[in-house]
Ligand binder design. Structure first.
Ligand code: FES
Length: 115
């Protein structure tokens, strides 16, 4: 498998809550790239109306997971098929390749991301 790649756009945990967009802009069963003001980014997914966020980076070769296919609560990387649980960031290929997950909530139709 090799060593997981480093995600240089991974947000640091700062105890902040950031409003990142309108909930209606990410329909159920879809993902979206959310760029933060410091140049970092996450992948936000809507699973049946509940939002989740993980790193927007597959540790295999770096493909953006927001652009990959959702299968229920799992995202399958478009490049080589690694699967991640968008609720936890766990990688099914190898747990050492799991990605960070971030808490998300919605309020008055806005997506709020905890970083
Ligand atoms: S980049 Fe290879 S599986 Fe994601």
């Amino acid at each position: 498998m090799g060593k997981p790649r480093e995600n240089k756009k991974k947000p640091q945990r700062e105890g902040r809550v950031v409003t990142v967009g309108k909930a209606e802009s990410v329909p159920p069963g879809r993902g979206a790239t959310v760029k933060l003001s410091d140049g970092t980014e996450v992948a936000v997914f809507n699973i049946d109306g509940t939002f989740h966020a993980i790193e927007n980076f597959c540790p295999h070769k770096g493909y953006p997971l927001a652009d990959s296919r959702l299968r229920g609560p799992f995202v399958e990387c478009d490049w080589h098929g690694w699967m991640f649980d968008v609720r936890s960031g766990v990688c099914f290929r190898d747990k050492r390749c799991s990605v960070e997950s971030y808490r998300v909530e919605t309020e008055d139709g806005w997506i709020k991301l905890h970083v």
